[in-house]
Design a protein around this ligand. Structure first.
Ligand code: ADP
Ligand code: MG
Length: 356
């Protein structure tokens, strides 16, 4: 097809300097990037049609199903693509082609390489020193962080604050980026953003402009918004996606034991959507979750996070917020792959979420 764009090695056209961390490919004399991010930048000008085995009709079908970019394909599972492409075998071939294009052909790496790769993960300060320390740096990109707590615990306040913090320059704990706020309960308050932004030295008007807001009216709408978000995050320099709250709609729409299996299946899909968004687009995802009283617990904490195993396994970091004495709030990290289970104290004032 004549409309196809050809691959060009990074750093050979207008850039005078070789890209960072480039290694020389002596055979061809071209610079080979070993970071998938740089490869992705290079791939921005590629279309699905550029993939081996994908013609115009197939590309159209893929786009209709919500797979817009080579990245979307590279991170898809063969099983879900099979429904669009006819067979898992064909799906696997196309997924592999996308992964090769993204430089992901390498299946294994050393722990050292993985360690180096993880160093590229960015952190968003919560604006609370004690909380940042608890989290060892703040809210992580490429991960889902779950804020759990009873009504009034401070989950929504912390979401507002993070939407402001991400806008700060890196030297002040942010990523000079925008936030995308999916509000399912109608509790987003621009006025709070104004107070918090002012306190952090940001122009309140600009801070509001830098938060892309959507109200989700039901669980299907919520999932549609996350699908659409993928198109926005790169274009609009979004580094933080907030979903407040993750499961309120799901619980309301699928009540009772008889609907539990269907609800969990759908919720699982939603979390996979969010996990992929975090991993593929290099953003931090923060979700809030309610707690339920477990009738069968007689010893220990009778409260447990809603959503069961699906949410527990789907979220990378879980932070439990609860009210303490004199208006103080206590945050506790539970089930983290890298943190010890410990807690810290903070407070909520007119300025936002601050150290106690
Ligand atoms: N302007 C403010 N000044 C001080 N505290 C506030 C302010 N706005 C909200 N709060 C505190 O935040 C609490 C609500 O927290 P919120 O984040 O909405 O809880 P949830 O965990 O249910 O989302 C209120 O009960 C109040 O203690
Ligand atoms: Mg709330």
């Amino acid at each position: 097809m004549s409309g196809r764009r050809r691959s060009r090695p990074a750093g050979t056209a207008d850039a005078a300097e070789p890209p960072m961390e480039a290694t020389m490919d002596y055979a061809s004399g071209e610079y080979l990037e070993d970071t998938s991010q740089a490869a992705a930048a290079e791939l921005e000008e590629f279309e699905l049609e550029d993939l081996e085995g994908v013609g115009r009709v197939t590309a159209q079908k893929l786009r209709q199903a919500g797979y817009y970019t080579i990245k979307d394909i590279a991170f898809a599972s063969a099983h879900e693509l099979a429904a669009i492409l006819g067979s898992e075998e064909r799906a696997l071939g196309i997924i592999r082609a996308a992964q090769r294009a993204l430089n992901m052909g390498k299946l294994f790496m050393t722990a050292k390489e993985y360690y180096e790769e993880r160093k590229r993960i960015a952190y968003i300060s919560t604006g609370v020193k004690a909380l940042d320390d608890l989290l060892e740096g703040g809210i992580e990109t490429r991960a889902i962080t779950e804020l759990i707590g009873e009504f009034g615990a401070g989950k929504t306040q912390l979401c507002h604050q993070l939407a402001v913090m991400v806008q700060l320059p890196p030297e002040r704990g942010g990523l000079s980026a925008r936030a995308l706020y999916i509000d399912t309960e109608g509790t987003f308050r621009p006025e709070r953003v104004v107070s918090m932004a002012r306190y952090r030295g940001l122009d309140p008007e600009r801070a509001l402009e830098n938060i892309i807001y959507a109200r989700a009216y039901n669980s299907d709408h919520q999932m549609l918004l996350v699908d659409e978000a993928r198109k926005l995050v790169e274009e609009q320099n979004v580094k933080l996606v907030l979903v407040d709250s993750l499961i309120a709609h799901f619980r309301a729409e699928y009540p009772g034991r008889e609907n539990l299996a269907a609800r969990q299946q759908k919720l699982n899909k939603h979390i996979m959507q969010l996990a992929r968004l975090a991993a593929v687009y290099d953003v931090a995802v923060v979700v809030t979750n309610q707690v339920l009283a477990a009738p069968d617990v007689f010893f220990g904490n009778p409260l447990k996070p809603a959503g069961g195993n699906v949410v527990a396994h789907g979220c990378t970091y879980r932070i439990w917020l609860r009210k303490g004495k004199e208006g103080k709030r206590i945050a506790r990290i539970i089930d983290s792959p890298k943190h010890a289970e410990k807690e810290t104290v903070f407070t909520i004032t007119d300025e936002g979420v601050v150290d106690a």
